[in-house]
Design a protein around this ligand. Structure first.
Ligand code: ADP
Ligand code: TMP
Ligand code: MG
Ligand code: ZN
Length: 188
């Protein structure tokens, strides 16, 4: 059990493979902050148009309104004075500047809650996620369920769509896999 921080900001990071409940967990924390009447603002990278151009949406169709931004720099000027909590989804797609943005927000007393994919389909660290993990006070790593064998899954298998690192998608292109069933290439 953590001591509850007081009069100070901090960074929470939620990571894990696709389908592991990162967005659900982000939405749960943000909804509870709203119930506590805290001022909440949510961002996502505009590249993520998978389920909705503006909302953050989980694979289980839970959603919350958000602002889609093209770069981390936009976030700083869009956070109003008096904001208590900043939520950020799909952090793996952001530029490296997202690390400094998260730090500056936390330094100014804001609770920053970030969700993102830690590993890409080759099991290499994705974008700014390693730096965010180092800078966060609190880290939650979720696991999904392996679609081959039912074990806990920490990897994301690409099953179609080519070899570029960035390919926005869901069950059309990806499935969760355990260490035994995962292959670090496109496995059709
Ligand atoms: P993430 O943001 O980590 O991709 P979401 O929060 O959007 O995950 O969605 C999690 C939901 O995905 C689960 O509650 C479940 O309904 C669904 N789901 C689909 N495939 C799987 C899987 N292989 N393992 C676990 N949950 C899955
Ligand atoms: P999710 O973790 O919320 O399901 O979203 C992950 C997004 O990242 C999804 O749009 C697919 C994308 N993605 C890539 O662009 N490259 C990859 O290598 C992997 C595994 C996912
Ligand atoms: Mg998600
Ligand atoms: Zn497996």
């Amino acid at each position: 059990m953590h001591l509850q921080p007081k009069d100070v900001g901090w960074i929470e990071l939620i990571c894990g493979p696709m389908f592991s409940g990162k967005t659900e967990e982000l939405i749960r924390r943000l909804k509870r902050a709203k119930i506590a009447k805290q001022k909440v603002i949510i961002f996502k990278p505009s590249i993520d148009k998978r389920y909705h151009s503006k909302k953050i949406v989980s694979h289980s169709a839970q959603e919350l309104d958000s602002i889609a931004v093209r770069s981390s720099r936009e976030i700083m000027r869009l956070v109003p004075l008096g904001t208590d909590v900043v939520g950020i989804d799909e952090a793996q797609f952001f530029d490296r500047g997202i690390v400094r943005v998260a730090e500056q927000l936390a330094d100014s007393g804001i609770r920053v809650i970030i969700a993102g994919l830690d590993l890409d389909y080759k099991a290499d660290p994705f974008g700014p996620m390693p730096q965010l993990m180092c800078k966060a006070e609190y880290i939650t790593k979720n696991l999904a369920i392996c679609m081959k064998c039912g074990n806990p899954a920490s990897f994301t298998q690409r099953v179609s769509g080519g070899q570029k690192q960035i390919l926005v998608g869901a069950t059309d292109s990806y499935e969760a896999r355990c260490r035994k069933c995962f292959k670090p290439f496109v496995d059709k």
